[in-house]
Design a protein around this ligand. Sequence first.
Ligand code: NAP
Length: 317
Amino acid sequence: MLLYRSAAWFAKGLREYTKTGYESASKDFVPDDLEVQVPGRAFMVTGGNSGIGKATAMEIAKRGGTVHLVCRDHSRAEGARAEIIRESGNQNIFLHIVDLSVPKSIWKFVENFKQEHTLNVLINNAGCMVNKRELTEDGLEKNFATNTLGVYVLTTALIPVLEKEDDPRVITVSSGGMLVQKLNIDDLQSERTAFDGTMVYAQNKRQQVVLTEQWARAHPAIHFSCMHPGWVDTPGVRLSMPGFHARLGARLRSEAQGADTVLWLALAPAATAQPSGCFFQDRKPAPTHLPLARTSSSPAEEEKLVGILEELARRFK
Ligand SMILES: NC(=O)c1ccc[n+]([C@@H]2O[C@H](COP(=O)([O-])OP(=O)(O)OC[C@H]3O[C@@H](n4cnc5c(N)ncnc54)[C@H](OP(=O)(O)O)[C@@H]3O)[C@@H](O)[C@H]2O)c1
């Protein structure tokens, strides 16, 4: 089954996730959707120092929004912040140093953040694909800690902050790679089978899609969405998937093309006309399962995922 799913997904990717896939999809875009100015609105972009996150932060800054970059490495992040200020002319770019694989640091960060700032839009962009099984200081598998638990803790902590504001939104940068995985709540720490970083990452991205659906149901005042940026030429792909990067080469999307749907979901009035909780690809809701792939999970499994994350988030507060 995994072989079928992977082959069907790769064929779909060659058609839709590449640069030509973007160019073809973009013929249906409404150009005015992103002709907006957003002074007075505040946006948090995790991993905003690199790749899709930096391209997203730059475009928001150019439209006058306040941007909070949440990054783990001070010198890389300071460089990105300076570049965004220089290129956009927007001084309202704040930097927060947080390791999103450490729940305690996230809780502490939000406690301080909410004393001083407001927030309209959270963009959960930071992500990683660590190809060897590594543990965080809390003993959690690193991909899970960053991509799933980190996203869960940051979003949960910020929901009360977002709920106070006008038109609040949460966008999570998932991946079309999640289509090859069925939700698996029995091995969240990847201890039971041979470790495959690509599949662990895809499983985390599936978990993000399930979380987005659950949050949308539980918090109707906020518009939640998740999305696939396409196959994008970023430092992350170069580092974690060198073979894929070399094979796809010039067919990969630019960072700006990868950021397009994130921006549309964060900025466009048209985005919130779509139901909350959907998965998007190139500004349109997209199916969360491949045909005949048997990746659907039950409501009980999905609720159990949230329960486990709730417990872990509490344990590492
Ligand atoms: N590129 C693609 O083709 C593609 C496809 C599907 C989905 N995505 C998703 O798009 C998002 C952005 O990825 P990208 O391709 O733009 O890669 P990228 O350039 O490597 O950006 C990832 C960002 O996440 C940050 N990050 C990773 N772990 C972190 C942690 N523990 N704490 C704080 N920040 C952390 C990185 O910080 P450092 O700079 O310090 O490492 C970096 O800023 C990810 O969620 C990825 O899964 C990408």
